[in-house]
Design a protein around this ligand. Structure first.
Ligand code: HEM
Length: 90
């Protein structure tokens, strides 16, 4: 079967640095729930929106995706990350 849209977008644009929900550049800043709560501003109150913001604008060594992915694609990948974090990337 085909992969869900968010998973394909993740594999094509994010997995190079975030394979398995990790972070190859800053190893503690993973996409796991504990790290998102600790490092990503507003994740506790508005999780999907907090991910969308980081993907749109980037941060430090992470590139911005607002000129590379559509609004819909960014929403799809943010929802995918939220879901995977809730499942501990299992
Ligand atoms: C951090 C998502 C692509 C490098 C993060 C965080 C999220 C995220 C949600 C916050 C994690 C945390 O603070 O614990 C994504 C998504 C991507 C993507 C959805 C694809 C659309 C990339 C790529 C790179 C990268 C391609 C490497 C070239 C980083 C780095 C951080 C980070 C270095 C830490 C930034 C900092 O706080 O200094 N990413 N990422 N990301 N990402 Fe990405």
């Amino acid at each position: 079967a085909e992969l869900p849209a968010g998973e394909k977008i993740f594999n094509n644009n994010c997995a190079s640095c975030h394979i398995g929900g990790g972070n190859i550049l800053i190893t503690e800043k993973t996409l796991k729930k504990e790290a998102l709560l600790k490092y990503l501003e507003d994740y506790d109150t508005n999780s999907i929106q907090a991910i969308i913001h980081q993907v749109q604008y980037g941060k430090n060594a992470m590139p911005a995706f607002k000129d590379k992915l559509s609004t819909e694609e960014i929403l799809e990948v943010a929802a995918y990350i939220f879901q995977k974090a809730e499942q501990d990337w299992s």
